[in-house]
Design a protein around this ligand. Structure first.
Ligand code: MN
Length: 501
């Protein structure tokens, strides 16, 4: 569903007319070579489109206007092979609305010791040309990522690729529509927020529907449509005995499938990329949507339970960022703790965990749900893959959005969990349980998160930079004091409200 290959970044070399045509021709040639190799690099999921060498202010402003308008352009990468006086970048940078990456590299890897002369020096000037560009972007406070190093190096390509993925998610977010079936779970604070401010900051809209609108669509699903998706279930999952053909709960399975199809049609017809529901508002539905939500997430839709539209949009952004990567990405909740071996978090939800993170073929099961007063819901049960992962939470602090990210290590369960009827992941947070959970709580991080085995904290940091929102990372270098200080500094930086009146 998510195809990053249709997007491109523009590679924009900067120079000036001072050097003469011969030098500018070389700059253009070198730029084309760099762009072409970056475009073919597997670490970079989008095309890299080389633009002409920028020589004056009018040139640059036109380029920025064009980038703003270009539907498939998700950002621009600048590089000053020669010296490009940066006053001429001011009009362009003032209007640029696409993410910016400043690549600080040089065409030549090594100094040609025996042949170096002033011609070489005049062509290979990024060591000072990029400093001039760095000054103006700093002075103008243009949000950007600076990537320094040789352009053929793996680490440089990884950094560009990470930024490009975040830029794809940012691009997607500008037009994202989030369908919200029902409202917020009553009285819950952290799942709420300012939807108008979210639209201003992130671009996405949150659009409310009565659950009856969804029920209408579900009722239009034909038995033949249900049959074909049931067949898909049969081939994809290990099916629990009561759900098999002719068995007691077969009709509940068909109900779940009908819900999935209706939900998918509703989302596709309205061009929604994310959605929420709530167990408190299920009028007309026989069961809380479980397996259908899980499968929609696996297809790239964002989801947040209990009306959590911020997490739904975040999960969608993380789905876009992680398209095509190994691992998996899901809605998640810090559910319960294991105070042994230094402390572990068992993450899960009532039902809605994405099978993209599953370690093995999921098991399709039906069990009672202790809340909501509806029929037993059908869900996929599995253990998560293990390895490094991130959990991310976006909260509305009243005067700004804050993105809290914790690096974690997903570890195997110490023993089987035969009675636990939901998908789950067990992790050890960085730097340790005490620091991570204290820091998360000090930061007001939510219980709902976007969880990903595909992404790193850097993807989310780049995304936060593009959005201009607060970013708090809890990782192996964090201490409780460093987190407290950072929160206080961020409060001052973002011009936060007075501390408790
Ligand atoms: Mn929840």
């Amino acid at each position: 569903m998510i195809d990053l290959g249709k997007y491109e970044v523009w590679f924009v070399p900067g120079s000036q007319t001072l050097y003469g045509e011969a030098t500018l021709t070389k700059v253009a040639e070198h730029s084309r070579q760099i762009a072409s190799e970056l475009s073919n690099a597997p670490e970079i999921p989008v095309k890299v489109n080389c633009r002409p060498v920028m020589k004056d202010a009018a040139n640059i402003q036109e380029l920025c206007l064009e980038a703003n308008r270009a539907e498939n352009c998700i950002g621009i990468v600048t590089w000053m092979h020669t010296f490009s006086p940066s006053q001429m970048w001011i009009p362009g940078l003032k209007i640029l609305r696409k993410p910016l990456l400043h690549l600080h590299t040089q065409f030549n890897r090594e100094l040609p010791w025996s042949t170096i002369d002033m011609d070489f020096m005049n062509l290979n000037q990024s060591a000072h040309g990029d400093r001039e560009f760095g000054f103006i972007t700093s002075r103008m406070r243009v949000p950007r990522k600076v990537v320094a190093g040789y352009w053929q190096d793996q680490s440089v390509r990884n950094e560009i690729g990470t930024w490009a993925r975040a830029a794809c998610a940012w691009h997607d977010s500008q037009a994202l529509r989030v369908a919200r079936f029902g409202d917020n779970m009553r009285q819950v604070a952290v799942t709420e927020g300012d939807k108008v401010e979210a639209r201003i900051k992130f671009g996405y809209s949150v659009e409310g529907y009565g659950v009856g609108d969804l029920v209408d669509r579900i009722q239009q699903v034909s038995a033949a449509d249900v049959d074909s998706v049931v067949a898909e279930y049969e081939s994809s999952y290990t099916m629990a005995e009561p759900l098999r053909a002719g068995k007691a709960k077969r009709e509940a399975l068909r109900d779940a499938v009908r819900t999935e199809i209706g939900l998918r049609r509703f989302l596709d017809e309205g061009k929604f990329g994310a959605f929420t529901d709530t167990f408190e508002d299920l009028h007309g539905l026989s069961q809380l949507p479980g397996v259908g939500v899980q499968r929609l997430m696996a297809d790239g839709y964002g989801f947040g339970a209990e009306g959590d539209w911020k997490t739904a949009a975040l999960v969608r952004a993380m789905k876009v960022m992680s398209a095509g990567l190994e691992g998996g990405t899901s809605f998640m909740e810090d559910y319960t703790y294991h105070f042994k071996n230094g402390g572990r978090v068992l993450g899960a939800h009532m039902l809605e965990v994405c099978p993209s993170i599953a370690a093995a073929k999921p098991s399709l099961e039906i069990h009672p749900l202790s809340i909501g007063g509806k029929a037993d819901p059908v869900r996929l049960v599995f253990d998560s893959q293990t390895g490094p992962a991130v959990v991310a939470s976006i909260v509305d602090m009243g005067d700004r959005f804050r993105l809290v990210v914790n690096k974690v290590e997903v570890v195997p369960a110490e023993e089987p969990l035969p009675k636990l009827p939901v998908a789950r992941a067990l992790w050890r947070p960085e730097p340790d349980f005490k620091t991570a959970s204290t820091g998360w709580i000090l930061a007001g991080g939510a219980h709902h998160t976007g969880f990903s085995l595909s992404l790193t904290a850097e993807h989310l940091e780049d995304f936060a930079e593009m959005a201009g929102i607060e970013f708090l990372l809890i990782d192996e270098n964090s201490t409780i004091r460093s987190i407290k200080n950072e929160l206080n500094w961020n409060h001052a930086y973002f011009g936060g409200r007075a501390v408790r009146s």
